[in-house]
Design a protein around this ligand. Sequence first.
Ligand code: GRF
Length: 216
Amino acid sequence: MMKRLRLGVLASGRGTNLQAIINATGDGRLRAEVAVVVVDQAGAQARERAKGAGIPEFFVDLGAYPDKRAFEGEIAAILDRHGVELVCLAGYMRILTPVMLDAYRNRIINIHPSLLPAFPGLHAQRQAWEYGVRYTGCTVHFVEEEVDAGPIILQAVVPVLPDDTVGSLSARILEQEHRIYVEAIGLYQAGLLEIEGRRVFVKSQESRIQISGRRI
Ligand code: GRF
């Protein structure tokens, strides 16, 4: 039987994407397990979700380290100790430094609540709503130095309805986030993703054998 992919999830807040991932590992949709959860906020609800699922969780306090690199060194050490193969940022509110990026090159993914490259940064749903776009959505992408700019794995489109509030729009985007984040992890787990420059190709099982590209 194929080995389960070991995931490390980094979160800062309520953790609904973490929960979606945990649920998918539990009901067989994902051949993966959340090996560890790391949060940077003591009060993050993600901690309770991890505990509820029997997953080790760690709060790493930036204030307890001389600088951000040292802080991230600790996070990377925790991930290493737990044998993490893929890092999933799930509402993790900090920009990564080269400490994490080098340690987990092409092995860190993020979910963002807009159709990137539109509306990067904070409050993407509000940005889209205020701009007046007809369609927005969410994006799963590999994480690189530049914020919200790494190669895109999957996107889902969500229409903005005339009577939407930021809240109702955000809720519909969130449903899609949960769906495509799980799907993207599944593709990674199956070895079906190839990065070529900015583009990510999803290979079918058969073409994967024939095409020699850069395997991730
Ligand atoms: C999500 O909207 C995600 O796209 C963004 O932060 C939010 C996290 O929500 N990066 P949750 O903590 O997963 O509920």
